[in-house]
Every structure is written in C-alpha cells, then in structure tokens.
Design a protein around this ligand. Structure first.
Ligand code: GRG
Length: 325
C-alpha cells in the first residue's frame, strides 16, 4: 500500500495530520508519569493514522484547514482504534506492535487492558463534546468491534468456519470503524445527509478490502514487510478467507484439513502457510477484494467534490496494488 496521504492526493491533509499529532498526545495525558508512558506508547510509535485521515478527508476535502471539531473527531476515532490494539495485543499475546514492543509485553496485561479502557474513556469524552449523534455513533461502533472480535474468537480452530462467519467478523472488527471514521468526518464537516451516507458506504467497503488485504499479507508477506512475524492468524487458529478458500480447494483442502484445527508448532505453521500461499485461494481472495473496491468506487462517485471522490477511490484501489493475482 502506498502512503495513504499521497494516495488521497488532497491538499492540506498533511497539514491536518501534523496538527492532529500534538492533540492526540495531549488527549491521553493524565498527569501521572507512569500512566502517561503507557497511554502514549503506541501513539509515539507511529502508525498510518488511516482512520484520522479518512475523517479529515471527508470533513474538509483537504480543501480548507481542519476546524477544531474535525480534528477532535479524528482524535476520537484514532483513540478507539488504539484501544482496540491494546486489547487485541493482550488477546493475541503479541510482542510487537507498530515496530515497537507491544504495551502488554512492556507493561503487562492488566495495565494494557486498563490503559486501553482509559483511551476509550478519553474518546468517549471527546465524542460527547461533539454532540449526541457522534457520541452515539462511536459507542455503537465500539459495540460492533466487540461483536466482530467475539465472532472471530468463537470460530477459532474451526476448519468448518463458514465464509459468512468470516465476513460478519471483519465487518465488525475492521469495517465498522473505517465507516464511522468517514461518517464522523462528514458530520463534523457539515455534509448533507446523502453525502454522509455515501462516505459511510465508502468507508465500509474500504474497511472490508483493508481487512482482506491484511489477511492476504498474513499468508504471503515476509517478516520485514509486515514488521511482525507472518502466519499469526494460523497460529491463533483464526482461519481467514484465503485459508477457508484453500480448505475448499480439492487440491489443497484435504492436506490442510489434517493440519489445521489445532495449535501448530512453527514448522507445521510454515508448511500450512506455504500451502495456502501457493494455492489459487490467494488470487481468489484478491478478486473478492476487487469487488469491494468496485463498490467503494461507486460510493465515492456520488460524493459531490470530484477531488475527494477521486482521492478516496485511489486510496481504495491502492490497497490491492502489488498483491498476487
Ligand atoms: C476495546 C475498542 C475495543 C475493542 C475490543 C479487541 C477488540 C474488541 C477488537 C479488535 C479489533 C482489531 C484489532 C481489528 C483489527 C483492525 C486492524 C486491521 C488493525 C490494523 O490497522 P492499521 O494497519 O494499524 O491501520 P496502524 O498501526 O497503522 O494504525
């Protein structure tokens, strides 16, 4: 994926992002030096700031400076994302996140969970200041994230996991917050209702492609490309679309089915990953991603600003660039 700000190609977005950074940090500062180390740990580590970018792009079109409300909306969505990363890394016992030691590894599970809750509390307070519609929207989105995550965990190690179950899980755990990031931007930017619906639809489709890409990369990418070891999903028994399609394939399915369904030692995990990576399942997943890109393009096309429409469509297309198939 190319640099998302470049892909969007909208003037003043870079400037908006630069103004976002100090606001993001101060929004989680508590005055307690230890807690501040924990709450700012992943903010300082970087990240793509994709959700704030979506919010700023849909709020301002990159054509005017971001107003305080636009920036606060962008902070609120990134804080929910950050909280989900804190909690997710506890669930996954992750060691690395954003190329630095993960919060759970550095500070322990209890601190990571409670600090994640603290980030959510800050997001909720900021959203409340933006009005009941945005506060309610973010709360509902948080509920969807939890539902998506539970759907995923419930089907772990199940070789019979259905594709429907996979799509339900990624709709909740990833696409919901992308959709909400776009929607909050449109709301703080004062867009009309049609525009609000169009950008929400775009964000939802974008989020689906984003997670499909993530799941393909977990199968085909290298350590260096990912900034963390690949094959994490297989290790945790999370059978994503490429794996489910490879299980359906008469050439690869039978062998894979005998391996999966249980925790795997590293050599078996690498073998399973190689089988999926070499199968037609990867190109088939990319093809499904293309359908969501096409839907995202249709949604973007009904946005009134041609620059925003073109920028968002470019960003969606960039997700599948360089992938096999
Ligand atoms: C407490 C908010 C909260 C949720 C509880 C743990 C959980 C339920 C949900 C997990 C949601 C999750 C981590 C989904 C994965 C989303 C995803 C693709 C993350 C990676 O996003 P990037 O690539 O990350 O945008 P950066 O680091 O660039 O911001």
């Amino acid at each position: 994926m190319v640099n998302p700000t470049k892909a969007l190609g909208l003037p003043r977005l870079e400037e908006g992002l630069q103004r976002l950074e100090p606001l993001l940090k101060t929004s989680v500062v508590t005055g307690d030096a230890f807690l501040d180390d924990v709450t700012t740990h992943l903010i300082a580590a970087g990240g793509k700031r994709l959700r704030p970018l979506l919010a700023l792009a849909t709020a301002t079109g990159g054509a005017r400076p971001a107003a305080d409300e636009d920036l606060l909306g962008a902070v609120a969505v990134e804080l929910v994302h950050l909280a989900s990363l804190y909690h997710d890394d506890v669930i996954d016992e992750a060691k690395v996140r954003r190329n630095v030691e993960s919060v759970n590894s550095r500070f322990g599970n209890l601190v990571a969970i409670v600090a994640g809750d603290y980030l959510l509390a800050r997001s909720a307070a900021i959203a409340a200041g933006l009005g009941t519609e945005i506060a309610g929207l973010l709360a509902d989105t948080l509920g969807l994230l939890c539902q998506g995550q539970v759907a995923e965990v419930r089907s772990s190690f199940q070789v019979t996991r259905t594709k429907d179950d996979y799509f339900t899980a990624i709709t909740g755990k990833t696409a919901a917050l992308m959709a909400t990031s776009c929607r909050i931007g449109a709301l703080t930017g004062g867009a009309n209702r049609d525009e609000v619906e169009a950008v929400t639809k775009f964000g939802q489709c974008f989020g689906m492609v984003f997670q499909l890409r993530d799941d393909i990369l977990d199968v085909v990418a290298t350590d260096a490309e990912l900034g963390k070891p690949p094959g994490q999903d297989l290790a945790e028994g999370i059978y994503t679309l490429p794996v489910l399609l490879a299980l359906d394939d008469p050439d690869t399915g039978p062998e894979l089915a005998t391996m999966l369904g249980q925790p795997l030692a590293q050599p078996e995990r690498d073998k399973a990953r190689t089988i999926v990576a070499a199968s037609p399942a990867v190109a088939a997943t990319v093809e499904i991603g293309r359908r969501y890109v096409a839907e995202a393009e249709v949604a973007a096309a009904s946005i009134s600003s041609p620059d925003v429409a073109a920028g968002l469509a470019r960003l969606a297309r960039s997700l599948l660039e360089g992938l096999p198939g």
